[in-house]
Design a protein around this ligand. Sequence first.
Ligand code: GRG
Length: 297
Amino acid sequence: MSGAAFGDWMKTVQAGVEEALGALLPPAGAVPHKLHEAMRYTVLGGGKRVRPLLVFAAGALYGADARALERAAAAVEMIHAYSLVHDDMPCMDDDDLRRGKPTVHVAYDEATALLVGDALQSQAFLVLAEGMDIPPARQVAMLRLLAHAAGSSGMCGGQAIDLDSVGISLTLEQLEQMHQLKTGALLRASVVLGALAGGDVSDAQMTALDAYAKAIGLAFQVVDDVLDATADSATLGKTAGKDAAANKPTYVSILGLEPSRVLAEKLRNDAHDALAPFGEKADRLRQLADLIVQRKA
Ligand code: GRG
């Protein structure tokens, strides 16, 4: 598969997911107008759509139906968008900008931002529970997977550990565990949701997908820390070095800049190695691992 073909594939998936999200979110004209408008403001027209791309790339391994993949991708993106809205609020990171636009509590108000997150989370599960022509047992497995990944044993749990880590030193293992939950859980869910949308996943395949997801989840965070430490605020659309300034441990603060870059490369190789059992069919997943490590924003 060529690089150009990958770029075209990404654009096609991103456009399809944008359209699906538009259709699967409540219309802005429906009551309550402000909440629905703010949900659409949050989700539409921004973001790299890394999680949807993972859903589609993993779905390709199992010949998944596009309609099921669109719903899985939209659901995971809604959970991701909700987490960003809440993470940006004054009680957490207190950020004014997200994806180059005012954050939701700035564009609207804090109460609306809280409700946008709550409503997006519910909408995600609704989207996954309806309109998919797949066996009910697999659909339930997808719902359970997303619930675990988003909840206290996944993303929310990681966020809680992150909030508690301000001003204390974490070991590399503790930092890794925190990120595996905070960002890794949803990235893993994206991969497994895509696979489950297409078929049953054997234990051996699940082990391989898990190893891939673990490597890209960590790589994503290591690269995020490197970008945060090196880019200026204008390029990042957020305050550069914010985590370090907030006295939060990062890969760069624990390992240093160059060793963090080396670690990201190693994780990329680990991700590629994990996909060996799938052969060429996993090329999209390999290209996404490369993209995660080489990204500049
Ligand atoms: C508030 C429950 C709750 C959870 C928040 C994911 C998260 C947990 C917080 C985000 C904080 C953050 C900026 C973490 C760095 C890694 C990350 C998730 C970056 C944003 O994801 P991208 O780069 O964003 O995929 P786009 O905008 O491209 O979708």
